[in-house]
Design a protein around this ligand. Sequence first.
Ligand code: SAH
Ligand code: SF4
Ligand code: F3S
Length: 458
Amino acid sequence: MRTTDDALLPPADHAQSPRRVHAEVFGCQMNKLDAQIGLEALLRAGCVRAENIADADTVVFFTCAVRQHAEDRFFSNLGTYERWKARGPGRLVAVAGCVAEEHGAELLRQFPFVDLVCGTRHFHRLPELLARVRPAAPVVATGEAGVTYARRRSLDPRPAQAYVSVMRGCSLACAYCIVPSVRGPEVSRPPQEIRREIETLAAAGVKDVTLLGQTVNSYGRSLGAPHSLAALLASLAGIPGLARLRFVSSHPRFMDEALIDAMAALPNVCEGLHLPAQSGSNAVLKRMGRGYTAERYLEIIAACRARIPGFAPAGDFIVGFPGETEEDFRATEDLMRAVRYQNVFVFKYSPRPGTRAAALPDDVPAEVKQARNARLLALQREIALPLYRAEIGKTVEVLVEGPSRRSPARFTGRTRSGKIVLFPPVDAIGGLIGVRVEDATHLALYGTAASGDADAAR
Ligand code: SAH
Ligand code: SF4
Ligand code: F3S
């Protein structure tokens, strides 16, 4: 049976040849996975991939709206595509992802040369939507839509690792955050569907799966009891060949005993936990609407540390949220010292349209945000260096990814908790090996492949 996917028109100047699609992908892992699924749909519909824009007749942007700076950069880049489009008949420009959802048809006012605005729940329909485009008749698809996750992993660069969406959207309302409005409310995928997808991946050689959701540890809420992330992890734990199972991002509000128990008890659930704190000041947390205090956050970390051997937390922080004082900021430093994160991401607060915080004065000066950002990163270096150096002399279990992008003479891989490891090339891409750690920075371990098994496996 022919589906609408087959109806994608070739460009006017190449009536017989397939469309050559170039993708530019920004944003978080969830957006990247959507991009991969959307692109695979285009390839199935007969398009070919163009690595460079010079070889393409269609460009698709998968965009991120989480901070103003990223959006501004995208728009100034998009502006340059008007000339690119004018240079070849039949060329198409598509904007997908969170900026597309945020602006919808409005985007066409400023960028009338854009052919397709494809919102966050329409990426799997890209072939059909592009096929509907006619000269000077752009197509806009935003808002609610049932999402399908069909994928073949033909675009996955790493043979042994995969991301799997377990839920979409977010039903919380952190005061600063645009994600709920561009991704819609939280919707969990049925567990049977997730399990089938992961069984297929594992049978094809995938050893390391990361479950994705904006608040992944609230998984199941939209399905009702007895569904939960803990139950989902338990149902995936026995899949043959699946050595490592992780999940991002977790929200402190949904860290319950059952989930900590699952992490402690299931051998393939990894001991890294991304648990954004955002701030260590209770006053700021309250204004952010995060629903926990610094004390509660530390309690959760303590419970994990007590029960999960090798527990390695990671975090996100926002500096310069409206009204953040030096004292508030010091509370964040104190929280970081108490937690001892393996790694953190630090962001300067950026007001986003339509959020509650956008109504508050953005009163922390840019240079103060910059200085606090630098102070947190410096503190993190201090905290992480001894944690990483403590691995020297140990043999750690590494999933081999391949040549490092920064230094291609070396191979890179990750430990179970997510530490980056660099080592001389081995003939084992996609395999699990032991690496004896000889040196360390605050960001990475350096070593050589050890014969025999990893002793710590962490
Ligand atoms: N759903 C995830 C994260 C979503 S956005 C979670 O709740 O953990 C990723 C990170 O971007 C957030 O953790 C936060 O630290 C940061 N962020 C979100 N909105 C921001 C804003 N308006 N300004 C600066 N940083 C922001
Ligand atoms: Fe944004 Fe908060 Fe939802 Fe995360 S939990 S996506 S920070 S609203
Ligand atoms: Fe950005 Fe959208 Fe992800 S706003 S962080 S790409 S959900």
